[in-house]
Write a protein that binds this ligand. Structure first.
Ligand code: UDX
Length: 438
């Protein structure tokens, strides 16, 4: 099938290469010439395990190319909206500028037999308004909503082997049949292996995505709230998570207490969901998400507070090593990163912060020039009065406590991700603190 993806960021580029890898002919469209040039040269614009291989193989197959020229979309049949929907600068709601621009750029090149598919995460009601936008421009292309659920670090796997596919179809039966036929053809290899397909209307499909992310965020904040109680009582949150996770109605995933969630999705999605509920007159229905957001923000400030206490009450002239800058391991994404928030806060209060991240040092250097970057954990920790582990990269989980102790000024470590074994670190002479564990 001939498919365009509109927007070649994280979602669109991975989707384009993955769809080409299963036999479709794909054109990735983006307004950013450098990104398009890089992608055509097989250079991933972001760190994502497995993506470079899929990209270079798809380019070599001749079934994938990238362009900034939307008129190239003319001969293609399905057009997949993959642009970002960031939080508005001065409000909680989602900024739909890029979605509207994507549809407007496509409109002159659409035939009535084409299908437009939305994959971006949008406030409920957006698909219906985009369909009106198409019709107002005299375009009868079918529109369906087909949310994505990919996790950074697993983007290729989640795209090629999704645990479910959601079709949000229009009310009009003929249009719904056209959209469904296109979706079935695009996802034929996934349907062959019996990936569940869940079908609903536009609003349902839009809400599936924000409900899933809100649930995940709630799960994380729930266990972090329990961690707060553990810190007041001497209980161990990781044992509690293990015990409740064995109940298969609860399940063990997303119960890792720590410094909370960040990234380009969960924080902005819960805020956009609350903002949309307000517009719809059902603010109270999602009141609990405000608390989810509060708990999440409190965890970051909690680490700043225990770091200050560990340093004897002041950050001034103290040297603090921060291990990790990204919002999670196996990603170079620092958007809404708890690690970077904490590092910046501590630096702002007078500490000399030396941060190290396996993939994001350059980005940190460009975005936060006040933070010194170091090659690796041992270099960052040299002479440090305190070490903070804030992103649980494999190389940090495997650190040698004896070797690290030799380079620091004071062997005091705060493990913001409960990633290390307390016994091992204490046995090696460290004062070891973690989140919600005695
Ligand atoms: C998320 C959703 O998982 C994905 O389905 C959706 O499509 C996009 O948003 P992602 O942002 O890549 O994916 O990250 P995710 O793996 O969900 O982690 C989000 C944040 O939560 C990270 O900062 C992570 O460190 C944190 N987290 C996760 C916890 O603090 N505890 C946990 O138990 C799990």
């Amino acid at each position: 099938m001939k498919i365009t993806t509109v927007g070649c960021g994280y979602l669109g580029a991975v989707y384009a290469a993955s769809m080409a890898s299963i036999g479709h002919e794909v054109l990735g469209l983006d307004v950013d010439q450098k990104k398009v040039d890089d992608l055509n040269a097989g250079i991933p614009p972001f760190h994502e395990p497995g993506f470079e291989k899929v990209l270079t193989e798809a380019l070599a197959s001749g079934r994938l190319r990238f362009s900034t020229d939307y008129s190239d979309a003319e001969d293609y049949r399905a057009h997949v909206i993959c642009v970002g929907t960031p939080q508005q600068v001065d409000a909680a709601g989602a900024d739909l500028t890029y979605v509207h621009a994507a549809v407007d750029s496509l409109i002159p090149h659409l035939d009535d037999t084409d299908v437009v598919l939305g994959r971006s995460t949008v406030p409920v009601g957006t698909a219906a308004s985009l369909r009106d936008r198409l019709r107002a421009a005299g375009v009868n292309a079918a529109l369906a909503w087909n949310p994505e659920f990919l996790r950074e670090g697993f983007a290729v796997k989640d795209t090629l082997h999704p645990d479910r596919i959601v079709y949000g179809l229009p009310d009009d039966a003929e249009e719904a049949a056209r959209a469904r036929a296109a979706l079935d053809e695009m996802y034929a290899p996934m349907l062959e292996v019996e990936t569940p397909v869940v079908v609903g209307n536009y609003a349902t499909a839009e809400l599936v995505k924000v409900s899933a992310n809100s649930f995940l965020a709630t799960k994380i904040s729930f266990i972090n709230a329990v961690a707060e109680v553990c810190e007041a009582t001497g209980a161990d949150v990781s044992v509690i998570a293990e015990a409740i996770g064995l109940d298969d109605r609860i399940g063990p995933k997303f119960l890792r207490a720590g410094i909370g969630f960040g990234g380009g999705c969960l924080p902005k999605d819960i805020r956009a969901f609350m903002a949309r509920a307000g517009e719809l007159g059902v603010t109270e229905a999602l009141g609990f998400l405000r608390e989810v957001d509060h708990v999440n923000n409190r965890r970051r400030d909690h680490v700043v507070n225990i770091a200050r206490r560990a340093l004897g009450g002041t950050f001034t002239d103290k040297r603090v090593a921060v291990l990790g800058a990204t919002f999670k391991p196996d990603s170079d994404d620092t958007r809404q990163s708890p690690a970077l928030y904490i590092a910046s806060k501590i630096s702002g209060r007078g500490a000399n912060v030396v941060i190290t991240d396996p993939v994001a040092n350059e980005r940190v250097h460009a975005e936060r020039p006040n933070l010194e970057t170091a090659e690796d954990a041992y270099a960052a920790a040299a002479g440090a009065d305190l070490v903070l582990l804030l992103t649980e990269w494999k190389e940090f989980r495997e650190l040698d406590p004896v070797r690290l102790r030799e380079v620091v000024g004071t062997a005091h470590l705060i493990d913001g991700r409960n990633a290390l074994d307390p016994e091992t670190w204490r046995a090696a002479g460290w004062t070891y603190e973690s989140m919600g564990r005695p």
